[in-house]
Design a protein around this ligand. Structure first.
Ligand SMILES: [Zn+2]
Length: 448
């Protein structure tokens, strides 16, 4: 059986979110049990498991009022765990938007439970219900029979009508903290008698993006790859889609050392498209560059084939570290890294030191005249104050001005889309108008 099902929580104490444990214990120990609950939060945090536990607590025949936990041994508990209890109904509102089920529910809800104390309706993905089904449900919630309890679950609370929300006791499932994720993984480790070192455990936690379900899935994949070996951080690196990441990291370092900005940015774009984790990739990148540095310094054996000077590696480190802290707040997770890469490629120009007079006389290698370069740099400087990420995008662009016409060219389609957004366009046009002292017609173009 897969870990996620095998280690599905069966008691409140097994639930990994501390907040949820506290809220559920206090409500089931209280005098009046609400007749409707609403469990909200992102997927993979145990809402359905918690709903089943609650159904057991309500119907357990062995439970004392002072104990919040179900016994998991009586017929009621067992049949709920197995999904065969005729009085506990699980409805997936996403499958046919719930029309038939809600109609059926309304017909049968007046009938007493068959063998349990209460009928429990667990309705998953409640936000998917049609308006008609919501209205039918609302009527039932307004005058619920004493023998019925509703547990509604949703990942999208904003789609649940206020009229429904106001009649439910809400329990919020928040994205799991690293500590909670580690607790959840440890439950599996104990059960399987597995040995995982501490670093590896936090790495799995950081890969699982706040979801208990994802965390356990990753652990299972890694365990399968490990066989009888101990699970270490290195092993996760080899087995968990990281082998391809390692290659991408090497390629990126290669492009950076060759000043191949276009390939570097294309690679980052491809990473974004295939859904690579930006934080994890950046961590790997920093760790590889560190490896290169140690080889250059002769601290680690081996010859590095990367043609970067120690000074350059230092600059790269600083830029990439800065981008790492920005990932969390970035609308596009890879944008900070992209900006760092563009910044670095420009920084390198100044390290190499093209003589000043020469840049004034001859067009730069990208075919631009120094005058145009100056306009672009001024534009970036002004835009930076309003929008840091657009300034980053501009760094990979070129500009041509002819009388009243300005053309900003970018080699990347997704950059063009960003620059074409109405608010960005007007920011750029207004800035150019002010800089040039006249009304400019702005065009954003994709470079061939
Ligand atoms: Zn029981």
């Amino acid at each position: 059986m897969v870990f996620y099902l095998k280690y599905r929580p069966q008691r409140i104490v097994d639930l990994d979110s501390e907040q949820v444990r506290e809220k559920l214990s206090s409500i089931v120990l209280g005098k009046n049990l609400p007749h409707a609950f609403l469990f909200t939060g992102p997927k993979g945090l145990g809402k359905t498991s918690a709903a089943r536990i609650l159904a057991k607590i309500i119907n357990c025949t062995n439970r004392k009022p002072s104990d919040p936990e179900p016994c998991n041994k009586c017929i009621q508990c067992k049949s709920i765990t197995e999904g065969t209890n005729l009085d506990v109904m699980e409805i997936d509102a996403a499958s046919n938007r719930g029309i038939d089920e809600i109609r059926d529910l309304r017909e049968k809800i007046r009938l007493s439970p068959i063998s349990a104390k209460k009928k429990v309706y667990i309705i998953d993905e409640i936000h998917m219900l049609t308006t008609e089904a919501f209205n039918a449900l609302l009527k039932t919630l307004e005058e619920p029979p004493n023998h019925a309890v509703f547990i509604l679950c949703t990942t999208e609370i904003h789609k649940v009508p206020d009229t429904i929300m106001s009649r439910c006791f809400q329990v919020v499932f928040k994205e799991a903290s690293e500590g909670e994720l580690v607790r959840s993984l440890q439950r599996v480790l104990r059960g399987e008698g597995m040995n995982v070192d501490k670093d590896a455990l936090s790495q799995i936690a950081s890969l699982s993006d706040g979801s208990f379900r994802d965390g356990v899935k990753i652990l299972e994949e890694v365990a399968r790859a490990a066989g009888r070996k101990k699970i270490t951080k290195e092993l996760i690196g080899e087995s968990y889609k990281v082998s391809s990441i390692t290659k991408d990291v090497y390629d990126l370092i290669d492009f950076l050392s060759q000043r191949d900005l276009k390939s570097a940015v294309s690679l980052i774009n491809a990473l974004e498209e295939k859904g690579t984790d930006a934080r994890f990739f950046t961590e790997e990148l920093v760790s590889q560059i560190h490896g290169v540095l140690l080889k250059k310094l002769g601290i680690v054996e081996g010859v590095s084939d990367v043609s970067l000077s120690i000074e350059e590696i230092k600059n790269l480190f600083a830029l990439i570290s800065e981008s790492y802290s920005a990932v969390k707040y970035s609308f596009l997770p890879f944008l900070p890294l992209e900006i760092a890469v563009i910044d670095w490629s420009q920084k390198k120009d100044s390290i190499i030191g093209i003589p000043f007079e020469k840049t004034l006389e001859e067009p730069a290698p990208n075919g631009l005249t120094p005058k145009h370069d100056k306009i672009l740099l001024d534009l970036i400087d002004v835009v930076k104050r309003d929008n840091y990420s657009i300034a980053g995008v501009l760094r990979a662009c070129s500009i041509k001005i002819n009388g009243k016409d300005a053309v900003i060219e970018t080699p990347y389609k997704f950059h063009k889309e960003r620059l074409d957004e109405p608010s960005t366009r007007s920011l750029l046009a207004n800035t150019l108008n002010e800089m040039m002292g006249k009304k400019i017609n702005l065009e954003i173009r994709l470079k061939e």
